[in-house]
Design a binder for this molecule. Sequence first.
Ligand code: FES
Ligand code: FES
Length: 154
Amino acid sequence: MITLNINNKMVNLDVSEDMPLLWVLRDIIGLTGAKYGCGTGECAACTVHLDGKPVRSCILPVGNIGEKSIITIEGLGNDPIAQKILDGWVEKQPTQCGYCQPGQIMAAIALLHENEKPSKEEINIALSGHICRCGMYQRIRSAIKVAIGSTEDE
Ligand code: FES
Ligand code: FES
């Protein structure tokens, strides 16, 4: 039996220690916000927060998590930084198919928790590796700039 702290609730799971977290989230407890893209750590569609840091849940075995806090996009609650990012998303509408968006949003929120006014370069670094097959990269960065009140050129 493994116990995980998911969205501020302790969850007991009868699963193998090497099961990736994404499988637990999506298939066992029904939190489908984090997406399955590549399954090999290369697209970031499965990003969640582990003690506030963005991690790729498809390559994170649940046996390696211990007591760390897992937050998924369903568990953002009233986090004011998350709300700023979501407001930026609403204003700039950087979504087409939407598949990459939960991962992009979770990465952006983690970035702002570390650095409330990231530069263009810092945003690019934080979102590097987040693949968007619809090519919404520029609009996603514009949404983050709205969230931080930046007037820096694209
Ligand atoms: S599904 Fe996890 S990185 Fe692609
Ligand atoms: S909006 Fe379609 S993959 Fe990014």
